[in-house]
Design a protein around this ligand. Structure first.
Ligand SMILES: [Zn+2]
Length: 271
């Protein structure tokens, strides 16, 4: 599943081909995505110029002159820039046809992706309102985490994956960040000390920044905007390494299930 680094990698990949271009038409083949694509969307966006391509959590925000397209890749989606004449494949659901002769094409075998139109500030859209801070921005810090965690018994791993606490820390990155911070994933969030929150913040930032630098983690069906896989997978310390030796201390990595998701940790390095 594309996580924050993959979405950021996509943003960086598609942005140069989009900004400054005018949308000639919106070509929708399959409106039945996670939520149906609104029929009025094609008429709303035709003729508008792309002003910027941003990211909020795992949403790509394509700013046009009179509003913003809010795109989500879902579980298996990808957005690629292609010649507008490139033959469509199975699971190609929409094209944003640009005046450059190219298009932004969305492919998504499982159709959990989505596309919305926000005529106003996208931060006020129901999908984005109420989201926590971006993990790579200064408002995500130890004070913020300690304040929200006060008195809470929820496991720290699940706490970090709560989008109201911080956005974009998915399953892989939560396990990896807690390894780097030396914190056991099952500890109650309310019991972490201040110094531990500082390590968690630093570790979340590092793990996401490393993954973005390397183009996202390679997962089964993920490819970047230009079709190349990410290379972060080789850098994983604990994720899907059950029984293999810890890269720091050689203790076998352990596995447990939290909130129906797999968690991996080193029983020696994490306390
Ligand atoms: Zn270890």
């Amino acid at each position: 599943m594309p996580e924050l680094p993959e979405v950021e990698t996509t943003r960086r990949g598609i942005r140069p081909a989009l900004v400054g271009r005018r949308i000639e038409k919106f070509d929708l083949r399959e409106p039945r995505l996670r939520w149906p694509v609104e029929p009025r969307l094609a008429a709303e966006i035709a003729g508008q110029r792309v002003v910027d391509v941003r990211r909020r959590a795992k949403y790509l925000l394509i700013d046009l002159e009179r509003g913003t397209l809010i795109a989500h890749l879902g579980m298996s989606g990808s957005l690629r820039v292609l010649p507008a004449t490139a033959p469509r494949l199975l699971h190609d659901h929409y094209d944003l046809v640009l005046d450059s002769g190219r298009c932004l094409r969305f492919n998504d075998p499982r159709r959990f992706g989505s596309l919305h139109w926000s005529p106003g500030d996208p931060e006020d859209h129901e999908l984005l309102a109420g989201l926590g801070p971006e993990p790579l921005e200064p408002s995500f810090d130890a004070d913020h985490l300690a304040r929200l965690a006060r008195g809470r018994k929820v496991a720290v791993k699940l706490f970090l994956m709560d989008q109201r606490v911080v956005v974009g820390v998915g399953n892989i990155y939560a396990s990896e960040a807690l390894f780097r911070a030396g914190v056991r994933p099952r500890r109650a969030a309310g019991r972490l000390r201040r110094a531990e929150w500082e390590k968690v913040v630093e570790a979340v930032r590092e793990v996401l920044a490393d993954a973005i630098r390397q183009g996202g983690t390679t997962l089964r069906d993920y490819v970047n905007a230009d079709g190349t896989p990410g290379y972060f997978r080789q850098e994983l310390h604990v994720y899907e390494r059950t029984g293999e030796p810890c890269r720091r201390c050689a203790t076998p990595i352990r596995h447990l299930v939290q909130g129906q998701r797999s968690t991996y940790f080193c029983p020696a390095c994490q306390r």
